[in-house]
Design a protein around this ligand. Structure first.
Ligand code: F3S
Length: 396
């Protein structure tokens, strides 16, 4: 692969051992995937932050890099951790777990990443522009940034994303190249799709059918940002879809309108069946909203629904600390907490140790959560739309 002078110096160790190791990771990946050169990235998003997921070996690796002078050179955000970094004691997290999680976050702070822990970096200031090259991990955010924002990223793993943050580069292959962004299938929506749960289910259904292809959705009404966030997460959870197009909605779709692709029809009953397959109704006591983490609009909606009432079951609302602080200023946090709900920052229902936190079953509106929680947390998940989630929380 061609390297310019600066990249060659990085590889030869002129900027230190950590930059050299990072460049080696990227060059190796580039060679494997046939990249001809590197490209500068505008931003990075790193996953693999929760101690529950990465454990001691990754914690030691991160500390070693941080202590040896690793520093990000582009805007870098990081995914949710395994706990609310301020209020972890309130949620039953053990001292032993918290200590390790704090060490992980301290290592990232030392490397100069953003302090807010979020899987929706595009809602907290890491919002790439059309055609920006970026290096993002976190599958739902990758699908959102490629598709809705028209930025260019592969579905990075945590170490490669960290290497990109440290060098400001990634190897030019995969979705960085225009010729790899063409749709493979037309997904024709026969009946209207509405709301976050239905978009999440649509994504999950199509991801399961297509695996790693590029769908081009037609006949979808204009989804809002939360519906696109849910669609992105669903597509990436059941398959490994990192890019999609929507007629009249996403920025690159006009290029592909005239071509024809293998057509798959989606009807309401496909979504109903997918939902039924995923949803396990047992003793689900905890209502958890926010996978991907909640936007301000979603928090406002929850606040409106519970205002002046009292929840009869646990209602947990997950978001980033930046959005949580803004929601507090707007009064939504107080409304939710007066109703007995809890706002939880920096983490999510999948990457936190839910059993340790006393959770025995979850009700949520996210197919991604329903896909992962039974395996990662060993508890059942039932799926309901947001109205019904809140109704159950209020004991109706
Ligand atoms: Fe985000 Fe956790 Fe869901 S990282 S997309 S809330 S699994």
């Amino acid at each position: 692969m061609f390297l310019n002078n600066d990249e060659e110096k990085m590889l030869q160790g002129e900027y230190g051992i950590i930059v050299q190791k990072s460049m080696k990771i990227l060059v190796t990946l580039g060679d494997v995937f046939g990249a001809e050169r590197m490209v500068k990235v505008k931003s990075v998003h790193i996953s693999g932050i929760s101690y529950k997921n990465i454990g001691d070996p990754a914690l030691e690796f991160l500390e070693e890099w941080a202590n040896n002078g690793a520093k990000t050179r582009v805007h870098t955000t990081i995914n949710p951790s395994g706990m609310d970094m301020e209020r972890w004691r309130d949620f039953g997290i053990s001292e032993a777990f918290a200590k390790k999680q704090i060490r992980i976050i301290d290592a990232f702070k030392k490397m100069k990443t953003c302090k807010s822990l979020s899987c929706t970096p595009y809602l907290i200031g890491n919002k790439p522009q059309l055609n920006d090259h970026i290096a993002w991990a976190e599958s739902s955010a990758v699908a959102f940034s490629n598709s809705v924002l028209g930025a260019k990223t592969n579905r990075e793993g945590g170490p490669a994303a960290l290497a990109s943050a440290i060098t400001g580069r990634t190897s030019m292959f995969g979705y960085h190249l225009d010729e790899n962004r063409n749709p493979s299938h037309e997904i024709y929506i026969n009946e209207p799709v509405n709301g976050v749960l239905e978009y999440s289910t649509l994504g999950y259904h199509v991801g399961k059918k297509l695996g790693h292809c590029i769908p081009f959705f037609k006949n979808l009404k204009k989804p809002n940002i939360d519906e696109l966030k849910a669609l992105s997460a669903g597509l990436a959870a059941s398959g490994s879809i990192a890019l999609y197009h929507i007629y009249n909605v996403t920025p690159e779709e006009k290029k592909f309108r005239e071509n024809s692709y293998e057509r798959i029809d989606v009807r309401k009953r496909d979504l109903t069946e997918t939902l039924a397959e995923l949803s396990i109704e047992e003793k689900n006591e905890h209502i958890c909203i926010g996978c991907p983490q909640c936007s301000m609009r979603e928090i406002a909606e929850i606040a409106r629904k519970v205002a002046g009432k009292k929840v009869k079951r646990e209602l947990w609302v997950f978001t980033s600390s930046i959005i949580c602080k803004e929601a507090k200023l707007k009064g939504y946090v107080d409304v939710i907490e007066r109703a007995g709900g809890k706002m939880i920052s920096d983490t999510c229902m999948v990457v936190s140790p839910m059993k340790m936190m006393g959770v025995r079953g979850v009700i949520t509106n996210s197919c991604k959560a329903a896909h992962y929680i039974p395996n990662t947390c060993e508890i059942p998940v039932a799926l309901k739309n947001i109205n019904n989630c809140i109704k159950v929380a209020l004991g109706k």
